[in-house]
Design a protein around this ligand. Structure first.
Ligand code: DOR
Length: 440
């Protein structure tokens, strides 16, 4: 047995089957013992976990790290620190950087920066060169580096024939395409959800149909090609229903939803504050209810943050001119807990935020090593990689802008209080967050 270097005392372990009061001993990057009470050896760091749930470290399928190209908004390091403070041990970096992650060279650079970061950084590659939607990126070359997910996120692949070709190719090499579903012609010029509030505020709208038509098209393409598709940030009731029907048919589709689409509606735009501008936009109450229902009934597989930092000078412009996006990593778990815990048991919430996204991203034990990553998503058991999130469901999180690790400040939740707080985060056996304070 490896020497125990870290000991979590007094917590309740979240397993796929339920919760159990257990102490956790960690050594050499792995969980070495789970027992009701173990004597921690002298020299081991003992962390108090009383009143806390000890679950697998969270995995975010949708993180914008902005490096290379927009380091004033975020870096791999600052984004990974925000992730760690949010209970995440792994993030999937989106490829809409400058330049885009559409070549092995850029992917290698981001992966190298991630190696010393306080969270594991996996990368998603672009589907098309420069995310321009015209020619396929070298998916095979990127897949050889261990890239499992490809997306032009920030934009959807508009050309159905090109998407079909990409799916055929992706299926051949065993990777998954993730789609940002938005018909650019239907969405053109839109700044918020098209509905009562856009009329009242005089802002151009993005109809739900802009998202739903691409979800419907891609489901047809999954049927045609047999290749899997992951649907990013679903925001409308119609999209959730389309995915529900596709799953009932047995098609290989997965989906995610962002915390802000579980809590906020288009009414937030009333004060024209650009912090509420996001793409897809905040929708109607019926859409929010459908997203939550989709998470609760298994239609939506993952909560994914769409953490999208924008520097203050970029965001502090009139609503219609502001770039879309909001921070998410440091607030996602308390927010999801507040929305989902009245309906879902802790193990289901951890499944939505850890095991299921890890499986989609290729970060579970079977896939992770191939890409040179540690395994994430649990289960928390002896022999597993010690990637852990220690969460106190009864403590409070007050969202203080000064305590955000991100280089940006664009959180819509500033000043709000949520029930539940991340206390410690353990990455490969090392505490990267202790008592809500980042250790590096
Ligand atoms: O709100 C968003 N921000 N949606 C996207 O699709 C892109 C993202 C970003 O990169 O800022």
């Amino acid at each position: 047995m490896a020497e125990v270097t870290l000991y979590l005392r007094g917590g309740t372990v979240v397993t796929p089957e339920g919760t159990r009061r257990l102490d956790v001993a960690v050594g050499d990057g792995t969980v070495v013992a789970l027992a009701e009470s173990i004597d921690p050896p002298t020299g081991a760091l003992v962390l108090d976990a009383r009143g806390c749930l000890i679950g697998p470290g969270l995995v975010d399928l949708h993180t914008h790290l902005r490096q290379p190209g927009r380091e004033e908004a975020e870096t791999v390091e600052s984004g990974a620190r925000a992730a760690a403070l949010g209970g995440y041990t792994a993030v999937l970096a989106m490829p809409n950087t400058e330049p885009a992650i559409d070549s092995a060279g850029v992917a290698r650079d981001v992966l190298a920066l991630g190696r010393t970061a306080p969270a594991e950084v996996a990368v998603a590659g672009a589907i098309t060169v420069g995310r321009a939607g015209r020619a396929l990126a070298p998916l095979g070359e990127l897949a050889e580096l261990g890239v499992r997910i490809f997306t032009d996120d920030g934009a959807g692949v508009q050309d159905g024939a090109l998407m079909r070709r990409a799916l055929d190719y992706a299926k051949g090499i065993g990777v998954t395409l993730a789609q940002h579903c938005e018909d650019e012609n239907l969405a053109a010029g839109g700044a918020m959800h098209e509905g009562g509030w856009s009329s009242r505020l005089g802002l151009p709208g993005i109809p739900a149909a802009a998202e739903e038509s691409m979800v419907a098209r891609d489901i047809q393409l999954v049927r045609l090609t047999g290749a899997p598709v992951h649907f990013l940030h679903l925001s409308t009731a119609g999209s959730v229903e389309l995915v529900r029907l596709a799953k009932a048919e047995g098609l290989p589709v997965t989906a995610e939803a962002a915390p802000h689409h579980m809590l906020l509606t288009h009414a937030e735009v009333e004060g024209y504050d650009p912090v509420f501008k996001v793409n897809p936009p905040l929708r109607a109450e019926t859409d929010v209810a459908a997203v939550i229902a989709g998470l609760c009934d298994g239609t939506i597989d993952a909560v994914a943050t769409d953490h999208a930092p924008h520097a203050p000078e970029a965001k502090d412009v009139p609503f219609d001119q502001a770039p879309p996006g909001m921070l998410g990593l440091q607030t996602a778990l308390p927010l999801a807990w507040q929305v989902l815990s009245p309906t879902l048991r802790p193990e289901r919430i951890f499944a939505l935020m850890s095991a299921q996204p890890a499986a989609i991203a290729g970060l579970t034990l079977s896939d992770a090593r191939r890409a040179g990553h540690s395994a994430h998503g649990g289960p928390v058991e002896v022999g597993a990689a010690a990637n852990l999130c220690v969460f106190d469901p009864l403590a409070s999180t007050v969202v203080e802008v000064a305590r955000l690790a991100s280089r940006s400040r664009n959180t819509p939740f500033a000043g709000r209080t949520f029930t539940g707080a991340v206390r410690h985060t353990i990455l490969r056996g090392e505490p990267v967050v202790i008592d809500a304070v980042a250790q590096r």
